[in-house]
Design a protein around this ligand. Structure first.
Ligand code: OAD
Length: 244
């Protein structure tokens, strides 16, 4: 993949860069995306059965077990060259903000220092009633484990469809998107709001928008640079082209 010379020049002098990542960034680590036609999680499961507050109310154990399965899977995988290239970028760019929709923690595992997690984190558990964060719970019970403070059932600390993103988290993401020189949308289908609107917010404030994706998305036609390819290949090539 050849990185456009103009993008290389822009990145060399860019002071404020924001990156938004999605499930595609973790695909090369062996985690499934959501919407890829044959392999995405939503081609096998229905989000309304597993990723809504109503689903959890209806069948808490089913939802708990699905997240427990994903939590265990994540523990077995490693960050890929795309994650590591983003760590390098965080060291080379004066103001670099990494925003992710991913709940897998792989950016942190790779060494990214500050990550704005829009949709929470699979490894964090909280009480569905009093919202207390919980460090230890009994996974082997027949029912969903309960909170030792209030007795409420525990849930993953992720954002489900129909739930609001944590306000401070969203505000931080919007503020950085509105004040950056370059905005990267990487490995996301750009379909889920409000995450998808961050690229648009950046563009409205005259940032240049770059997309890195294995396939075209609804955003592709609106970006300044569309780099078609796997993030684990394109990102290291980009870092090499700019700073190598
Ligand atoms: P999606 O599954 O919707 O999109 C993944 C994107 O990654 C697609 O556009 C693929 O073309 C692209 N892709 C796949 N492999 C890639 C690779 N190796 N390199 C680069 N791109 C690749 O995932 P998200 O956009 O992250 O939310 O989905 C957004 C949200 O919807 C998720 O956070 C999750 C989901 O439902 C909740 O659960 C609330």
């Amino acid at each position: 993949m050849l990185i456009p010379a103009e993008l290389v020049s822009l990145l060399k002098v860019a002071a404020r860069v924001v990156v938004l990542t999605g499930a595609g960034v973790s695909q090369e680590s062996g985690l499934r995306t959501f919407r890829d036609a044959q392999t995405g999680l939503w081609s096998q499961y229905r989000p309304e059965d597993l990723a809504t507050p109503e689903a959890f109310e209806r069948e808490p154990k089913l939802v708990w077990d699905w997240y427990a399965m994903r939590r265990e899977k994540v523990k077995t995988v490693k960050p890929n060259p795309g994650h590591f290239a983003l760590v390098e970028m965080s060291r080379l760019i004066p103001q670099f903000t990494l925003i992710t929709q991913n709940v897998d923690g792989l950016h942190q595992k790779a060494g990214s220092p500050l990550v704005i997690e829009l949709h929470g984190n699979l490894q964090r558990i909280k009480c569905s009633v009093c919202a207390a964060q919980v460090d230890k719970w009994n996974e082997s019970t027949e029912d969903v484990p309960r909170c030792s403070i209030c007795g409420g059932i525990l849930r993953p600390d992720v954002v489900w469809f129909g739930e609001a993103l944590p306000r401070a988290v969203l505000e931080a993401a919007v503020t950085t998107a509105r004040t950056c020189d370059l905005f990267f949308s990487i490995g996301t289908s750009a379909l889920v709001q409000p995450a998808a609107s961050l690229a648009v917010a950046a563009k409205h404030k005259n940032a240049l928008v770059v997309e890195i994706n294995a396939n075209p998305t609804p955003l592709t036609e609106r970006v300044d640079f569309a780099l078609l390819g796997k993030s684990g290949e394109v990102l290291p090539t980009l870092v090499q082209a700019v700073w190598g």
